[in-house]
Design a protein around this ligand. Sequence first.
Ligand SMILES: C[S@@+](CC[C@H](N)C(=O)[O-])C[C@H]1O[C@@H](n2cnc3c(N)ncnc32)[C@H](O)[C@@H]1O
Length: 243
Amino acid sequence: MDTAIRGVMNVWDLISPLEFSLLYRQVRPYTMCSNARLRALYLGVRHVVRQEVPGDLVECGCAKGGSAALMAMTLRRLEAQRTVWLFDTFEGLPAPTTKDPDYEIANLYTGDCVGTLEEVKRLFQQLSMADRVQFVKGLFQDSLPTAPTPQIALLHIDGDWYESVKACLENLYDKVAPGGIIQFDDYGYWKGARNAVDEFFETRGIHAALRRLDYSGRSFTKPLPTAQVDRNQALSPRLPFAG
Ligand SMILES: C[S@@+](CC[C@H](N)C(=O)[O-])C[C@H]1O[C@@H](n2cnc3c(N)ncnc32)[C@H](O)[C@@H]1O
């Protein structure tokens, strides 16, 4: 079913005049993300801007920069002044570890998905968006603990391996604003990525309702603090009692 929907959406977005399709056509050569996951990122950016969720956009794992460029172009369309932060080795995937249950297969990809810093900078220059982006080169495990990232409205985690996803959540989850979105690219594909997400939520006692985007992608909206939810409920108009 996923494959059939993917096929239809791919064709549709190659001919449609709608905004997402126009952006999709521009970034498609620079991304490995599926149509459904790119669409979810596009809608996620629009959501956080329209709902005034405070913060910047962060992507951990940009490779050649396609999904990041989509987020930045969506911001530009909305005339929203937010920065896109990109974290990557810019030297391709590091090796997985034994915490990745499919280690034997995963290890075949070590060094793959390379997008160099120069390549990604060039893409943002070509799209006239160099002023919207901050690059942080290095392993997430080294760069994230001291990263000067401010509050985050949308976090896109696309790092494939257990240790990579774990580092992103441990260092950035608390910076995501309530009502902000976290999108996971690899949850349904790489077992290590899924375990890192599940373990993190379990350790924190967060009952995460993950939305399924396709066979692999998931997204999650960070809940509002309980007090704020109670207040919003108290302020919301009551439905007339019909009984
Ligand atoms: C699948 S690619 C990202 C695809 C990209 N979002 C796109 O639009 O095509 C995964 C990226 O994560 C990066 N990565 C994975 N683990 C990392 C880590 N621990 N530290 C830094 N970069 C990492 C890799 O270098 C690679 O560029």
